[in-house]
Design a protein around this ligand. Structure first.
Ligand SMILES: [Zn+2]
Length: 253
């Protein structure tokens, strides 16, 4: 296969502009890559994941605390009922309303049972209080971690924003320069360059010492002879990487 000579023609000066464009496009790609790869971006993603995990844990803890509080109120009401019942029974006893021995024994046994029941219920209340205390401690820990994480996120966000701002400023400068250079390249050559750039990342490369600076492959003697023989306004493309090969005094022709 020989070297591709397309229908697009451009003066050597104009072709040299393509190398400037290629440098600026490489710079823009490098800046974009740096922006995406900022360590702050990954760190923020990690912090945000932990933050949302904490938020979920807090919601679950609060729900559980609410459940325990309701359970405790219920148990306390039960204790209260039993206590009232005991008081009533005692009042009956104290008032001497019960005189029959069997009834008396049954009332006393009921009071004993009620005391046991009261004791059991009070243990339930104590147990619930302990569980609430543990959970409240956990809740406080989670809230503290969430707050400190929030502070850390704000710091990292500020750092990321500063880095992004700096990169954006450099990119804006490079974009301006690129627009200026592109304005001096004829539409057909620019369209060809951009088409190659979209698939290759870089649209043009220098031919240096018989080598394509795009794919770093050396051209064979036959191809170099074709280039030597072609008019300066021919737009030559690398057979390997398809980039526009720009000739310079360093091309080794
Ligand atoms: Zn190449």
């Amino acid at each position: 296969m020989g070297l591709t000579l397309g229908p697009v023609k451009a003066s050597p000066q104009t072709q040299l502009r393509l190398l400037e464009l290629a440098d600026l496009d490489a710079e823009l790609a490098r800046l974009d890559h740096r922006k995406r790869g900022l360590p702050e971006v990954a760190e923020l993603a990690r912090l945000e994941a932990r933050f949302s995990e904490l938020k979920d844990n807090l919601v679950a803890t609060n729900t559980e605390l609410g459940d325990l509080a309701r359970e405790q109120s219920r148990a306390e009401r039960d204790v209260e009922q039993v206590r009232t019942r005991i008081e009533k029974d005692r009042a009956r006893l104290d008032a001497g309303q019960v005189s029959a021995a069997r009834e008396l024994a049954s009332l006393q046994s009921e009071i004993e049972n009620l005391h046991r029941r009261q004791g059991d219920l009070e243990e339930v209340v104590l147990d619930l209080m302990e569980r609430r205390e543990v959970l409240e401690g956990r809740q406080a820990e989670l809230a503290t971690e969430r707050d400190s994480l929030g502070g850390e996120m704000a710091t990292v966000t500020a750092r990321r924003d500063a880095a992004v701002k700096e990169i954006d400023e450099q990119a804006a400068k490079a974009s301006d320069q690129r627009a200026n250079v592109a304005a001096e390249v004829p539409a057909d050559l620019l369209a060809l360059y951009d088409q190659i750039r979209k698939s290759k990342g870089v649209g043009a490369a220098m031919l240096r010492a018989g080598r394509c600076e795009g794919c770093h492959l050396s051209l064979n003697a036959a191809d170099l002879n074709v280039i030597r023989a072609s008019a300066p306004d021919e737009v030559v493309r690398c057979e390997e990487c398809r980039r526009i090969l720009v000739r310079t005094p360093e091309s080794g022709l």
